[in-house]
Design a protein around this ligand. Structure first.
Ligand code: PMP
Length: 360
């Protein structure tokens, strides 16, 4: 079995230990004579799986009791609609900060449901940094402030939580959830698609402060009503059962690594390997401001588009998959989520050094 280093932005690598355990349990889960995929979501044995996933997740992220955890479908993208349908229910106004492609999409979707203010944007600087608190133009009457904490395509991360007074913060954490500790109490709602740090595509996790659910805009579909999902413990209909089970295995794996503190140290070290080389390289350079660079998605360029594509091709042939940058920005991007082993990053840096020697 030859697994390669997959630097895809998502779906991305899963821990080998998790895949092995899933494969061991594939044909006969816990003497049930069936796989988790084949089980009724209402069965006792599946009930135990989802409950354990929930309690492990709560413990791992230190989620306070007044927050609910939901296991939904529709990707992070459905949250772009679900958030305004449920939260734009007081003043009908919300603030959005645009720091990349996904926060822009979230903003555009929200404009269908209320009065949306762009509270900050770094579009004019090609999203190479995050706006400072001073640059934010926040409305104290907003129903919420929306931001995307890690910008998967541009490779930037919010290193601070904006001060908003009593306005709840809604955060898209799709590409950084479970990569480091988070003070959940500073947020009103957190959502993330699973396919980077949590499991297979098809599962979306939402963490919501209970008091924010309850009201919806007229015409909100039943499936998109947080309070219905809370009341039914994510089982109004069939939840993404297998994805939830894989998340449980990922949480077990994380616990063995020392939880989110342990994971953060590993992730910091991996990102530093790449960023320190980028700082000294005469060929490659980072595309983002040093203060805001992401621990999960490392974007870089040579400055020559032909050389960039030569690099991506050669990397692919050497077993470093998916290092080509997103089509919207070009260049390169190495996504180094939790499951990317340190050796994968070390090997990539070695390959970059060799490439630099040959192409200087
Ligand atoms: N937000 C962020 C930060 C993302 O990285 C992505 C996917 N790459 C999305 C939203 C969209 O997620 P999905 O495909 O799960 O709808």
């Amino acid at each position: 079995m030859d697994r390669i280093y997959n630097f895809s932005a998502g779906p991305s690598m899963l821990p080998v230990e998790v895949l092995k355990k899933a494969s061991k349990e594939m044909l006969n889960y816990n003497n049930t004579g069936m796989s988790v995929m084949e089980m009724s979501h209402r069965s006792k044995v599946y009930g135990e799986i989802i409950k354990e996933t929930e309690s492990r997740f709560r413990k791992m992220m230190g989620i306070p009791d007044n927050y609910k955890i939901l296991f939904l479908q529709g990707g992070a993208t459905l949250q772009f609609s679900m958030v305004p349908m449920n939260l734009l229910t007081k003043s009908g106004m919300a603030d959005y900060v645009i720091t990349g492609n996904f926060s822009k999409k979230a903003y555009e979707e929200a404009t269908k449901y209320g009065k949306i203010n762009i509270a900050g944007s770094t579009k004019n600087e090609n999203f190479s940094r995050i706006p400072t608190q001073k640059e934010l133009n926040l409305d104290i009457n907003a129903d919420y402030l929306h931001l995307c904490t890690n910008n998967t395509i541009y490779g930037t991360t919010w290193k601070y939580i904006p001060k908003t007074g009593s306005v709840p913060i809604v955060a898209d954490m799709s590409s950084c959830i479970l990569s480091e500790p988070v003070d959940v109490s500073k947020y009103g709602l957190i959502y993330a698609g699973a396919q980077k740090n949590m499991g297979p595509a098809g599962l979306t996790v939402v963490i919501i402060r209970e008091d924010l659910a309850g009201k919806t805009l007229p015409g909100t579909p039943v499936m998109l009503d947080y309070s219905i999902q809370i009341k039914n413990e994510s089982m109004y209909n069939t939840p993404p059962t297998y994805g939830i089970y894989i998340l449980k295995l990922v949480l077990e794996w994380l616990e063995d690594l020392g939880g989110l503190e342990g994971m953060k140290e590993i992730n910091k070290n991996k990102a530093n390997l790449l960023y320190s080389y980028l700082e000294e390289s005469k060929l490659f350079k980072s595309t983002v401001s040093k203060d805001d660079r992401s621990m999960m998605n490392v974007t870089f360029i040579t400055g020559d588009a032909d050389l960039d594509s030569k690099f991506a091709k050669e990397a692919e042939s050497k077993g470093f998959a998916n290092v080509k940058g997103h089509r919207a920005v070009g260049g390169m991007r190495a996504s180094i989520y939790n499951a990317m082993p340190t050796e994968g990053v070390e090997a990539l840096v070695e390959f970059m050094k060799e490439f630099e020697m040959k192409n200087r």
